[in-house]
Design a protein around this ligand. Structure first.
Ligand code: IPE
Ligand code: IPE
Ligand code: MG
Length: 242
């Protein structure tokens, strides 16, 4: 018997966003790159708000990649400072909106103070049952896969797991997005058509949407465009059309 795809579900349940274009936004205004990152906060709030309003289950935002550590110290310090301050200033509103926040990525590279603030923010929103918000900081898709491999390998060495028992389900349980469904929609702003080491494993069948808008300019109309584009897609997951 031939399998057919299930009917199109119009609303993505999980959206992943590469928030790109802050530096160019600032440059166009003759400002420092850090002012672009600061201006991008407005679009972060907007995106979270829209997801809450539309009952999207999960939103995963790429804020800082494993490779972004190689930028100038001035820029890295500015981004980390912005992140540190926002975690404190936004938490009340996130709580009011029933948002559960989690940070994914290599925390060991973050300062102890930032690690503590992250732990506080996660604890304060842990019981919330609305939007699952993931912020990817010091995150790389390859790092994520290697970390999962390391955990599974050590379980094999200790005799807790047999190599033959490793499958896709067990593997994905050890990735940063464990417990969440794969993103349905991937949005990248800033005009580049690439993944830049975001969620490599999890986006195997994600619908991709690229926007030329620079992240600080990302508006509700741009969010709508992405949603409309998604609802016009036919997802087949390797099967055939009805
Ligand atoms: C995205 O904006 C934010 C980070 C990568 C931290 P960029 O800083 O990459 O902005 P552009 O691509 O240089 O314009
Ligand atoms: C991707 O943007 C990372 C984030 C948005 C956090 P980059 O600006 O780092 O990606 P490339 O260098 O253009 O591929
Ligand atoms: Mg960029």
């Amino acid at each position: 018997m031939t399998s057919v795809v299930s009917p199109q579900i119009d609303l993505p349940q999980h959206i992943a966003v590469v928030m790109d274009g802050n530096g160019r936004w600032a440059k166009a205004r003759g400002k420092a790159r850090s002012s672009g990152h600061k201006a991008g906060l407005k679009a972060v709030r907007l995106c979270i708000q829209e997801c809450v309003k539309r009952s999207v289950g999960a939103l995963t935002l790429f804020a800082f990649s494993s490779e972004n550590w190689q930028r100038s110290e001035i820029e890295v310090v500015a981004i980390m400072g912005l992140f540190f301050n926002s975690l404190e200033s936004e938490i009340k509103k996130l709580n009011t909106n029933n948002v559960r926040i989690r940070i994914i990525g290599n925390r060991q590279r973050l300062t102890l103070k930032l690690q503590q603030r992250i732990a506080q923010a996660e604890a304060r929103t842990a019981e919330n049952t609305g939007l699952n918000l993931q912020i990817a900081v010091s995150y790389g898709g390859r790092w994520d896969v290697v970390e999962a491999t390391r955990v599974l390998a050590s379980r094999c060495v200790s005799g807790d797991l047999r190599a033959d028992d490793i499958d896709e389900v067990i593997f994905s349980k050890n990735l940063q997005l464990a417990g969440l469904s794969d993103p349905d929609l991937f949005i990248r702003t800033g005009g580049e058509r690439r993944i830049s080491n975001f969620l490599l494993w999890n986006i195997a069948y994600t619908e991709l949407h690229f926007s030329d808008v620079l992240w600080p300019d990302f508006a509700i109309s741009d969010f709508d465009l992405a949603m409309n584009s998604f609802s016009s897609r036919q997802r087949r997951f390797g099967l055939v059309s009805p």
